[in-house]
Ligand binder design. Structure first.
Ligand SMILES: NC(=O)c1ccc[n+]([C@@H]2O[C@H](COP(=O)([O-])OP(=O)(O)OC[C@H]3O[C@@H](n4cnc5c(N)ncnc54)[C@H](OP(=O)(O)O)[C@@H]3O)[C@@H](O)[C@H]2O)c1
Length: 324
């Protein structure tokens, strides 16, 4: 595709669930170079064994280290920012570590991108950033705000920043699917926090495709939100282990009963497209294309996992889990 042809793309967190899949996908296009930026040499070594392509480079670095980002961003056209601390309990227990990676890291990416003349930056966000109740979500909301606002201080440079926000990724590292599978194999009860609990649901492939499309169409300042289905967590347990016993363990600290992707307040400046929403920036420089092409939302609209119009059944969940 034209947007990717001849481009150098850097992925922070390139060895993670998302980053690895994204790197492999864009290597199918005519990109010039893909740079994987992350801290752990073992994960990079293992990825290098898996991806045999002369256009891939591995760069050890921490998003907390601005100097390293300046070095890494030399000659880079696009940055996809996927590095994060993302486990809710780890962020609660090590709050300042989460702030350093998710907020200071975001600021470093922004400054390095502007000064190094990167053209487009897409940062990955999460449904937990909408009306956050835990520190992970709060740091991601701060990060989203930094990326949206960054478009205001690019000066004469043509660097543009946008955000992609989506929900639980099926089967990613540390997610509920591998956990439920393990419990089922070990013949243990499946712990469910609350029978009413619902979540959004997106596959890694869909997430990768959506980030690619968002980078292709971004003008700057958008928070792109895909339209994705919801599921009941009890249905997921039934899909993975129909005969396993379920144990209700109660909602955990920092956990919501239902996730939110667009709050009622954000909906007032959100535009609807066929397959996605755009939460438009509330700055005077908001790209006019959005206001002319997207549809406004009705008063009181919110996009939450319990009010969603699209749901996955137990059978559909089982088919999705089996495909992983
Ligand atoms: N998984 C989900 O369900 C989900 C849902 C919505 C949004 N997201 C967002 O999507 C993004 C990617 O998630 P993921 O599931 O791919 O996460 P992941 O599998 O845990 O990968 C995280 C990546 O970030 C790197 N990293 C962590 N801290 C870093 C630092 N300080 N500097 C540089 N690299 C660092 C890790 O490698 P090293 O440890 O080697 O540095 C790894 O490559 C995150 O921003 C997350 O918030 C995820």
């Amino acid at each position: 595709m034209k947007v990717w042809a001849g481009k150098t793309v850097l992925i922070t967190g390139g060895t993670g669930s998302f980053g690895k899949k994204f790197a492999k996908k864009i290597l199918e296009y005519d990109v010039k170079k893909v740079i994987v930026f992350s801290r752990d040499e073992l994960k990079q070594y293992e990825m290098a064994q898996e991806v045999n392509d002369a256009r891939i480079r591995f760069f050890i670095g921490d998003v907390r280290d601005k100097e390293r980002l300046y070095r890494a961003f030399d000659g880079v056209d696009y940055v996809v920012h996927a590095a994060a601390m993302k486990q809710v309990p780890a962020c609660e227990y090590n709050p300042f570590e989460a702030v350093k990676t998710n907020i200071y890291g975001a600021q470093n990416i922004i400054e390095a991108a502007i000064d190094r003349g990167v053209k487009r930056v897409i940062a990955l966000s999460t449904d937990k950033a909408a009306a956050p109740i835990n520190l992970y979500g709060a740091t991601k909301l701060a990060s989203d705000k930094l990326f949206v606002a960054a478009n205001s201080y690019v000066g004469g440079k043509d660097t543009r920043f946008a955000v992609v926000r989506y929900g639980n990724v099926v089967g990613s590292r540390g997610s509920v699917v591998p956990f439920f599978k393990k419990m089922a194999v070990e013949g243990k009860k499946l712990p469910i926090t609350d029978e009413r609990m619902t979540r959004f649901w997106i596959t890694l492939d869909q997430g990768v495709q959506f980030v690619m499309h968002s980078l292709e169409r971004m003008k700057g300042g958008e928070i792109f939100v895909p339209k994705i289905p919801s599921m009941r967590v009890v249905d997921l347990a039934k899909a993975i282990a129909p005969d396993a016993e379920i144990e209700i363990v109660g909602i955990r600290p920092g956990e919501k009963l239902h996730e939110s992707m667009i709050t009622e307040d954000d909906a007032r400046h959100t535009l609807e497209f066929n397959h996605y929403f755009v939460i438009a920036p509330e700055f005077p420089w908001c790209p006019q294309e959005y206001t002319t092409h997207g549809r406004g939302l009705p008063e009181g609209f919110k996009y939450t996992s319990d009010t969603n119009t699209e749901w996955l059944t137990v059978e559909e969940l089982r088919a999705l889990v089996n495909k992983l």
